[in-house]
Design a protein around this ligand. Sequence first.
Ligand code: HEM
Length: 393
Amino acid sequence: MILDDCPIYGVDLFSDDVIRNPYPHYQAIRDLGPAVWLDKHSMWAITRHKDVREALDAHEIFISGKGVAANDLSNGNTPGNLLASDPPLHTHLRKVIYAPLHPRALAIAKPRIEASANALIDRLLERPGFDGMTDLAQFLPVSIVSEMIGLPETGRENMLAYAAAVFDLFGAQNQRAKEALPIILKMRNYLAEQATQEHVLTGGWISMLYDAAQQGLIRPEQVQTLMRDYLGPSLDTTIFATGNLIYLLAKNPNQWNKLRKEPNRIGNTINEAIRLESPIRCFTRVLSQDHQIDEVILLKGSRAIIFYASANRDERRWENPDQFDISRILTDHVGFGYGIHQCAGMQLARLEMRSILAAILKKVSKIEIMGEPSYAMNNVLRGLERLPIRFLA
Ligand code: HEM
């Protein structure tokens, strides 16, 4: 079966309504078939857990080197960074990018992250109410991780706006993407003019890229390109994941109480929040050859959008997929991706989230929602903009 009689879904998956509540659409697409043509986006959607894992695993068929965005403009500007590359380049770049992100490197930052998380929760406990996003979820990424990246202090305050724009440009070419463009241009100018070897923090991730260039591991002009692998995904993803985690615990007091009784479930609780509300909804791939999924043939050169967030709620894989259940076995959720492009920063994200949650568990008896939370409108990221809550000791 090729395009003529394949299942088709005609909804714009980057519209405001879908961004607010994408889950019924993912379910509808999953029910239509393993590969469904998206009329509005002219690409295939892969949404079932099994097919998402298989596609991510088949990285020589579903390639990243022609970009992983859902629009031609971004993909045309794909600069050969880690996210948008294939082996052998990817294998080589991954070693360079991963150097400061592996557990041994992170062990140095761990005590500071934990102490900061503890002090933060103490301060928040004294307040009658606060915003779970700006006052809590943003804290570690903005105060510590942005320093670990090591951009010069002037201009660092724009990092959140830059990161959000990067993810808007990963989606369809809609109004949000248009508005993101000037921000991306500003980011590129800032990086070119300010993130020079003499201005970046010594020992930071970006200065390590300059070191790698000096050692001949990468070409000097690749430093600018590879910076984006740190800038795009390192802040907002974890911020949204942390906000989602806190909101889910506040909304599900039975799971919160279970976690209080069984604190050894912290790691699983974090994974369950990432499964249920996956902060990165999707990325795309291009087919390097004709490829058959069940009866559908995806032609060479076509683009497929892979929905991690849908696979993580696929009723073919998960029992009661829409329920927050911290006792689930979660070894194969795809919230951090899967295969060779699996998240290079997941140990850092987990360390931050674990430090926050451990501090909350130690000091807080109840998380109370104080008003209506609102979702951030981003093409690819899923998370809250506002989360009015308070902690009770
Ligand atoms: C909870 C937070 C996070 C989530 C949910 C997340 C999710 C993901 C996902 C789904 C991918 C797969 C991309 C693909 O399949 O093409 C990915 C890749 C990546 N992530 Fe994360 N991420 C998070 C935090 C971070 C952090 C803190 C960093 C720090 C720098 C980071 C750096 C990267 C990089 C460099 C890649 C590209 C890896 C490659 O292509 O080999 N991420 N992430």
